[in-house]
Design a protein around this ligand. Sequence first.
Ligand code: 13P
Ligand code: SF4
Length: 349
Amino acid sequence: MPIDAKTLQETYDQMERKLHGIIPDIEMRYKAELVFEINQLKKERGAIILGHNYMEPALFHTVPDVVGDSLELSRKAAETECDPIVFCGVRFMAETAKILNPTRTVLLPAKRAGCSLAESITAQDVRNLRQQYPGVPIVTYINTYADVKAECDICCTSGNAARVVESLDSDVIIFLPDEYLAANVAEETGKKIIFPSRDAIQNPKPGLEYEMIGWHGRCEVHDKFTVQDIKNVRAQYPGVLVLAHPECSPEVVAASDFSSSTSKMTQRVKETEAPSYLLLTECSMGDNIMAENPEKEMVRMCSIRCPHMNEITLEDTLNALKNNVQIIEVPEEIRVRARRSVDRMLEIG
Ligand code: 13P
Ligand code: SF4
């Protein structure tokens, strides 16, 4: 919930209660001024701020009206009547908000805020696959740009990927672009997966058995975690509960205790009583969980931050609201086709 304070001092006091020990006091005083101004301006403009679970703690706990994972934020973006929608997340998320709510102004408070998965595939790559595997349904992870979504049949997020795959009535499906998520979904649904090279897509081997076809995209953040990291932490923290995002490698997911979307990971920490927790995901989320659950011990791997999520700051959020930047536009012809893929996913629930 955003901080609802009438004065700057009240803003600081509320932040201090929540974030004491998580961010230094000098930073909190400076950021309280920005938070106060953002919340005032948001009210004046009738805006809504959506914040992904990876936002840094001083932003996450103060200005968003709704926080969550990609699926929750897409649903909220679809139903809101507020205008503008300020998306504190990365570009593909803001684009999804625009796809779902085209009459609203969607603002992304950073110029770039990309994603290594979204960069890993183009609309032309999807058209080539479609040509090579005619009639095979194509699932795309929501971490892709609008023109890629427009070429696919249905989207999925980390929270519903297995359900989306199981909903498709087909012997074979194509799953793009995250190699690890695809392999993790194949494991969960008991399907056999192949990862053809670009060359093999042009000249497929006859008789090769498979039920899923993947792509070689990876999240540059989740790719950093290893099974050895888990072994080291387990040796040092007996009883630690290890939670891995499904963008981690299948080996890391297999060595962990739980794997799901960022919101489901957060929920699992809240609902369990373990001596300590290791989160294998972007490290700000650990700080955010710690602020909500001060009694829980989080084992921190603080250097692992998403450089793209990291671009969203309180300063830029204020600038977005003041100067209406960066406005997200999606050409209508692409938006309509991309919307079909997103709607099909949302219908699955
Ligand atoms: P979630 O949908 O689980 O929040 O994941 C988004 C993401 O980009 C994780 O790296
Ligand atoms: Fe993309 Fe990985 Fe950053 Fe998520 S953590 S936005 S998948 S680069």
